[in-house]
Design a protein around this ligand. Structure first.
Ligand SMILES: [Cu+2]
Length: 178
C-alpha cells in the first residue's frame, strides 16, 4: 500500500471516528417531555440511551407546573427538594454533560418526584474513539454444548461487531477511491 493510500485511509478513518463520537441532544421523555401526565417511565427512557460526555439533556415543560432540580443521589431517592445542586425553571432547559458521572434530576413541584417525575443519567467513562465504556466488562464468547463459539449478546459485543464492519467498509472505500 502506497503512502497516498495510507493517507486516504487515515482520513476516512478519522471522518468515521468523528461521526461515531458526535455529540447528541436528548430530549428527556422524548415527545412527552418533562411531565407527570401519562406516567412516563423516565428510568426506562434513560436506560434506552447511551449517554456520553458532550451530550446535552433537554428538559421541555410548562414552567408554571414543573421545574428541574439537579440533586444528590440520596436526595434523589428520598425526593428531598430542599438542597438542590442546581435549579432550572425556564421550561426549555439544557444540561450539558461535561464529565462522566451519575446525574440526578427531579421536578421540585409538590408530589411530582413521588409521582415519578425523576430521572438519573449515568455517563460512563470512555477509553477510546470507539466509545466503549471502561466500566462495562466485555463478555468472553460463550461455548455452547457442542463446543462451537457463540457470540455474546451483550451490547459491548455488538458495538465491537459494528465498528469492525464499519472499519472494513471504510477500508474498502479507501481502496476503491484511491
Ligand atoms: Cu413537575
Amino acid at each position: 500500500m502506497g503512502l497516498a493510500k495510507n493517507g486516504g485511509f487515515l482520513l476516512l478513518l478519522m471522518a468515521f471516528v468523528g461521526l461515531a463520537t458526535a455529540a447528541n441532544v436528548y430530549q428527556v421523555g422524548e415527545s412527552a417531555g418533562w411531565t407527570v401526565i401519562g406516567n412516563v417511565d423516565y428510568g426506562k427512557w434513560a436506560a434506552s440511551k447511551i449517554f456520553k460526555v458532550n451530550d446535552t439533556l433537554l428538559f421541555k415543560y410548562d414552567p408554571q407546573h414543573h421545574n428541574v432540580l439537579q440533586v444528590s443521589r440520596s436526595d434523589f431517592h428520598s425526593c428531598n427538594a430542599t438542597a438542590p445542586i442546581a435549579t432550572y425553571s425556564t421550561g426549555n432547559d439544557s444540561f450539558f454533560i461535561r464529565a462522566p458521572g451519575h446525574y440526578f434530576f427531579f421536578c421540585g413541584f409538590l408530589g411530582h418526584c413521588q409521582a415519578g417525575q425523576k430521572v438519573d443519567i449515568r455517563v460512563p467513562k470512555i477509553t477510546g474513539p470507539a466509545g466503549v465504556p471502561t466500566g462495562s466488562p466485555i463478555q468472553p464468547p460463550q461455548a455452547s454444548p457442542d463446543g462451537s463459539i457463540e457470540p455474546s449478546p451483550s451490547s459491548s459485543e455488538s458495538i465491537l461487531c459494528c465498528n469492525k464492519t464499519w472499519l472494513l467498509l471504510v477500508f474498502l472505500m479507501s481502496e476503491y477511491l484511491l
